[in-house]
Design a protein around this ligand. Structure first.
Ligand code: SF4
Ligand code: SF4
Length: 113
């Protein structure tokens, strides 16, 4: 194996091919603009909730997209749905709708997935 001068910690390793992506796929169906996200972090940088908490909306939606849903429902409660992130997103991602849909998909009534 090539030595790149760094290694990935085991706790950061993630096998995407083994992830359950059904909720993530459903999210992309409900909010198609999310396909345009380039992960720039503009949403997190301007987030109103981040001024008062450790909430990181980019981390949350990236984690959701990888099918790692644990603890995200609690995280999403920190969002105030002000919509500022939607206004600043350079790719036109409808983040407010994304957040509402993530919340809905994480409710027990969607546990049939
Ligand atoms: S601002 Fe838009 S493009 Fe950038 S990370 Fe957030 S959702 Fe993705
Ligand atoms: S809608 Fe939520 S995630 Fe977006 S800027 Fe407001 S508090 Fe932050």
């Amino acid at each position: 194996m090539a030595n790149f001068g760094f290694s990935i910690k085991k706790t950061r390793s993630f096998n995407l091919s083994q992830a359950d992506l059904r909720k993530a796929d459903r999210l992309l169906e409900e909010v198609p603009s999310y396909r345009l996200c380039i992960g720039c972090g503009g949403c997190t940088a301007t987030c109103s909730a981040r001024q008062f908490t450790d909430f990181d909306i980019r981390k949350v939606h990236n984690t959701f997209r990888r099918g790692q849903y644990e603890k995200l429902a609690d995280e999403l409660r920190k969002c105030m749905l002000c919509g500022k992130c939607t206004l600043v997103c350079p790719r036109g991602v409808n983040l407010r709708s994304l957040i509402i849909n993530m919340r809905q998909l994480l409710t027990p009534s969607h546990e049939t997935f």
